[in-house]
Ligand binder design. Structure first.
Ligand SMILES: Nc1ncnc2c1ncn2[C@@H]1O[C@H](COP(=O)(O)OP(=O)(O)OP(=O)(O)O)[C@@H](O)[C@H]1O
Ligand SMILES: [Mg+2]
Length: 250
């Protein structure tokens, strides 16, 4: 076994750099971050901080493999216990992973709750929440039980469960997104402002879900504009501005 796997980390981000090339605007290059480095162990929650536009969401998208990582490494520990499939652990470097490896990470290891729900208009809410569990090979009954439990906890009325969430309110859509995101106990959660559109009672539910996931051994990288939520769930913070592009080392 790779000797680095003796260490307990779930995620290792090393010297990551991000620029955007705006191909439809004369190829202008927009520098965002450089030198981003941090490790994350099971049960830990790291809060990404920084002003609007600093690059917080971009970091989550790079870890999830939505955005390409042009320089540096994003090592995710995949397999062994955490994903329930009993596969031996290995490190997958998202910066160099194949599309198949990215899909495997998203199925088994990384849960991502984006700020906005993007769904197909014809899929019912209940099916949307069950979907990640069915992909993991769980039985329909167990998947439905988990989906019902999460939708209930997140106060989505059962009359809405058979409807597509496309016409739901912003807060309802965010709660469906959270139910789907938390359906499986992923070893690593990426949460992008998960409580932005929620009232105080639902914010408390989300805090509980995050605390339960951490207690069960999940690691979390999150962006929390609500300082009360951030203080309740995070163990440490990272200021993205400390890694802002200086132009010195390209
Ligand atoms: N796909 C993209 N193409 C070009 N530029 C992008 C893209 N995504 C993000 N950016 C740019 O990268 C910078 C960081 O954006 P990002 O969304 O990561 O910021 P953020 O810290 O999450 O901000 P906020 O708090 O407003 O959500 C911004 O200047 C943004 O314009
Ligand atoms: Mg953002």
């Amino acid at each position: 076994m790779d000797k680095t796997l003796r260490d307990a980390d779930v995620l290792r981000v090393a010297d990551v750099e991000k620029t955007f090339t705006l191909h439809n605007q004369g190829g202008r290059v927009l520098p965002v971050i450089q030198g981003l480095t941090f490790n994350l162990a099971p049960g830990q929650c790291l809060a990404l901080r920084g002003p609007s536009g600093a690059g917080k969401s971009s970091v989550l998208r790079m870890i999830y493999g939505n955005y390409r990582t042009p320089k540096g490494h994003i090592q995710v520990r995949h397999g062994q216990g955490g994903d329930g499939n009993g596969a031996a652990a290995s490190w997958v470097d998202v910066a160099r992973a194949t599309p198949q490896e990215i899909l495997m990470l998203r199925r088994d290891t990384i849960g991502y709750v984006s700020q906005f729900l993007r769904v197909l208009p014809r899929v019912a809410t209940l099916d949307l929440v069950k979907d990640p569990l069915l992909r993991l090979g769980r039985g329909d009954g167990a998947a439905e039980e988990r989906a019902v439990s999460l939708l209930s906890r997140l106060n989505i009325p059962d009359r809405l469960w058979s409807l597509s969430p496309v016409t739901f309110s912003g807060g309802e859509q965010q709660r469906v997104n959270l139910a789907r995101g938390f359906a499986h106990a992923y070893p690593l959660f990426l949460l992008d402002e998960p409580t932005a559109a929620l009232d105080a009672a639902n914010r408390r539910v989300v805090v509980e879900l995050i605390q339960e996931a951490k207690a069960a051994g999940s690691a979390v990288v999150g962006i929390f504009h609500d300082t009360e939520v951030r203080d309740a769930v995070s163990d440490r913070g990272l200021d993205i501005e400390d890694y802002q592009w200086s132009g010195a080392a390209a």
